[in-house]
Design a binder for this molecule. Sequence first.
Ligand SMILES: Nc1ncnc2c1ncn2[C@@H]1O[C@H](COP(=O)(O)OP(=O)(O)OP(=O)(O)O)[C@@H](O)[C@H]1O
Ligand SMILES: [Mg+2]
Length: 344
Amino acid sequence: MSETTSIRPPRNVADPVLTIEDFSVDYLGTHTTHAVKNVSLTLGRGEVLGLAGESGCGKSTLAYGVTRLLKPPALVTSGSATFHSREGYSVDLATLQGPDLRAFRWDKISMVFQGAMNSLNPVISVQDQLTDIFTAHRPEMKKAERVHAAGDLLERVGVDRNRLRSYPHELSGGMRQRVMIAMAMALDPQVMIMDEPTTALDVVVQREILDEITRLRSELGFAVIFITHDLPLLLEISDRIAVMRAGEIVELGGAYDLYTNPEHPYTKRLLASFPSLTGERGDFIRTGVRDDRLEVDPGDLTDAPSIHSQTAEGLQEELEFDAPGTGVPETDSAAADESEGAGA
Ligand SMILES: Nc1ncnc2c1ncn2[C@@H]1O[C@H](COP(=O)(O)OP(=O)(O)OP(=O)(O)O)[C@@H](O)[C@H]1O
Ligand SMILES: [Mg+2]
């Protein structure tokens, strides 16, 4: 790797859209699990922040905790999450209740849940599932406007609008996942939290969807917390990456820095566990896909990371969008009900 390779400095951290401070979550029980321990993170406006770490390290718990989707036995034991709207006000998420929380979720921060594509309601058409979000959150919209907006949303994620009439079982896994992403984007949120949004998809579809997310991010300016244990994937799409282990963030840095100069032994191990990133066969991934996000000089692309494979973990059987171990999510959001209620 050339020492002259320039990387883009962390994007907009000076202009945060979400500040997580000292956030801790326990799962209470005979053996209490400290699932998230004193996590502090700042998500810059328009930034893609990757959250990496092995299974069970607390990634989903952190995401659900921040968005107030956890239920007992989960307990937030410390910290805060503050949303800074582009309109100039800030909200401590812990203070939101009932209708305010309902209005907030999906509208300002939306989520694509782990295993989401199996969570579309099988007996409700794609059109109705999309328009229900507008019915709940944009009551002023007329029916024709809702349908039109739903069609636009589908097209935005690369699905033909004539699929509005389809039912989920008539769509491929990739299409269903795109519909879920469309739903999460429906209300033009400022933050999207995506928990393993492409893990279950084959690598070609995964690539298409990631390109789509990246394009939409540039177009619409939302910030993304992208959760996965697939570090090579994160290296490619993220501005910065946080590496989580046993409930703690052990390293946080620019994606390129983290790749070229990991500091924490665990990050090094994680990188080393992907042989194509470090071994002789590294050439396999050094095929020169230009990665503007890293702003690497084309001449320095020989070491640029790239997605190399679909991750091994299969789709989790989270048919009901349940928060980790919490059963049915808190659904005081009507839209959440309609889209999440799904598998139910
Ligand atoms: N309801 C629960 N009761 C007790 N422990 C739980 C519960 N739900 C999750 N945990 C524990 O909390 C820890 C964090 O789980 P979490 O689902 O957040 O991990 P994750 O990083 O998202 O993993 P994965 O990559 O497999 O999705 C794990 O040790 C898990 O066993
Ligand atoms: Mg998870």
